[in-house]
Write a new protein. Structure first.
Length: 310
C-alpha cells in the first residue's frame, strides 16, 4: 500500500480537533501507512498545545505550527509541500468535524483500489437557506467568470495521488485558489457524496462574509484575465454610446436650437462614467496587487514549530 498524509488545517480548533483525530484512529485500520499532519494556522486558543498532546498520544500524528494566521490556503499549501517531500498521497479535511472520518476512510479505500483523485461532495441540507443561496450564486458567478470548472459542494475535502500532489506543490503562485487549482489538475475519477453532520455547533464558519468575498475575488483574478477584457469591452461600448448620443444631440441642436434640458442626462452620464472608471481602476488594481505579491516572492507561510521530520 502507498503512503498517505491526511492534512488537517486548524485555526482555533482546540475543542474540536481531538475528536476528529480520535475518530480517524478508529476508522483507518492501516495506520502504519497513514500519517496525519495537523497544521496550526496561528491559532490563539491553545490549539498548538492540543496538537502537541495528540502527537504524544498517537504515533501517526505530526504537526506544524505557523507564526501567525496565514489563512487556510497557506495551511493547505504547507500540507501539500510536506506530503510532496515524503512522496506521499494527500487527503485534506477540516478540523471542525464537518468532514466525517468515515468518508475519509472510503476515499482512502478508493485510492487503494487505484483512484488518483477522489473528491467528497457535500450536500448542503444542513446549511441555512441564505447560505445555500449565497453558495449557489457564488459558484454560478465564479463558474462563469473563471475558465475552470467548479462544482458546487466539491471543496477541499479530497484525496490526491502523489503525482498530483507534486504538481500542486510545483505551482509557485502566492495568491492561491485551491478549488481552481484542483480543477486545473483535471476532473476527479471518483466522487463520494456525503452530508455533513447535522450538529448545530458545527455550523459556525470561520469564514466571515468579508473573507468569502475576498476569496471569490481571488478566485476570479487568479485564474484569468477575463475581467480586464470585460472592462475594455464595456469601455468601448460606453464610448460608442456616448458618440452616438453626441451625434443625436448635435442633430437636435441643429434642428431646434439650444435648449436647457438635459440636466438629468448629464448628471447620469457623469456619475455612470465615474463609476465605470472606478471599477476599471479597481480591477486593474487587483491584478497589479497580485503581480506585486508574486514579484515580492515572499513565502506563503512561516513555520514556528514542527515535529521532527524523520
Ligand atoms: N482554517 C484555517 N485557517 C483559517 C480559517 C480556517 O486553517 O484562517 C481551517 C479551519 O480550522 C477548518 C477549515 O479551515 O479546519 C475550514 O474552516 P471553517 O470550518 O471555518 O470553514 P467552512 O466550514 O465554512 O468551509
Ligand atoms: Mg467548517
Amino acid at each position: 500500500m502507498k503512503r498517505i498524509v491526511i492534512v488537517i488545517p486548524c485555526f482555533n480548533e482546540a475543542e474540536r480537533v481531538p475528536a476528529v483525530v480520535d475518530e480517524l484512529s478508529t476508522q483507518i485500520d492501516a495506520l502504519d501507512q497513514v500519517e496525519v499532519l495537523l497544521v496550526d494556522d496561528g491559532s490563539t486558543d491553545g490549539t498548538l498545545a492540543v496538537l502537541r498532546e495528540l502527537h504524544e498520544r498517537y504515533s501517526f500524528v505530526r504537526y506544524l505550527s505557523f507564526t501567525r494566521n496565514f489563512g487556510k490556503e497557506a495551511a493547505m499549501l504547507a500540507g501539500v509541500n510536506w506530503a510532496c517531500r515524503r512522496n506521499a498521497a494527500m487527503l485534506i479535511m477540516d478540523a471542525d468535524g464537518q468532514h466525517p472520518p468515515a468518508i475519509a476512510r472510503k476515499m482512502i479505500e478508493s485510492f487503494q483500489c487505484g483512484a488518483t483523485h477522489v473528491v467528497a461532495q457535500r450536500g448542503r441540507a444542513d446549511e441555512s437557506r441564505s447560505r445555500r443561496i449565497l453558495a449557489r450564486v457564488a459558484y454560478g458567478a465564479l463558474g462563469r467568470l473563471v475558465q475552470v470548472q467548479l462544482v458546487n459542494g466539491q471543496g477541499d475535502f479530497r484525496l490526491l495521488s502523489c503525482d498530483l500532489v507534486a504538481a500542486l506543490s510545483g505551482m509557485p503562485e502566492r495568491n492561491r485558489f485551491s478549488k481552481g487549482l484542483y480543477s486545473w489538475l483535471g476532473p476527479p475519477d471518483e466522487v463520494i457524496e456525503f452530508d455533513p453532520p447535522a450538529d448545530l455547533e458545527l455550523r459556525r464558519s470561520r469564514w466571515s462574509l468579508r473573507s468569502l468575498l475576498d476569496y471569490s475575488i481571488d478566485g476570479v483574478t487568479s485564474f484569468n484575465d477575463r475581467p480586464l477584457r470585460l472592462i475594455l469591452l464595456t469601455g468601448l461600448a460606453v464610448g460608442v454610446a456616448s458618440v452616438a448620443y453626441l451625434a443625436f444631440m448635435l442633430i437636435a441642436i441643429w434642428r431646434n436650437g439650444v435648449e436647457a434640458p438635459g440636466y438629468v442626462t448629464i448628471i447620469f452620464g457623469v456619475t455612470m462614467l465615474g463609476s465605470l472608471q472606478l471599477i476599471s481602476l479597481g480591477v486593474m488594481g487587483e491584478y497589479i496587487g497580485r503581480i506585486l505579491g508574486e514579484v515580492k516572492d515572499r513565502p506563503s507561510y512561516l513555520i514556528r514549530e514542527e515535529t521532527d521530520n524523520r
